[in-house]
Design a protein. Sequence first.
Length: 140
Amino acid sequence: MDFRTAKLHRKGNAQKQTKKNAPTVPIPERLLPHFERWQKNGAKWVVEIEGHRVGGIKNDWETIREIAGMPEVTPQTLRHTAITWAMQGGANVWHESGFFGVTMDTLEKYYAHHHPDYVKTAVNVANNGQIINVQRTRQR
């Protein structure tokens, strides 16, 4: 995390690149004061347990869930919920793709129906009576 530039580096320098995208992203303004407070209170890591860095979600997820009181939640649940809320909020899908590190294809395939603009122009055309009424004719 870089407070000077307000950026969160999701992939550490020592981590190798995998097919899972972990882009560097701006820290949302509403979270920045929390990160700053945690740092002032002695936190050294974005996610830590009793002052120790969480080495990886795979190893420490069960402990994190227990502390948070959310025993059924998975990392995928949190990611899916965040992407869904961003879509429902009308986020620009290109920006959303970059922020969450997902492809535009994934957003279109799994999340587009949550966006308020989903099929908007088609509905507008139908509402304005601009759809041509095509009658089927029988072949004899």
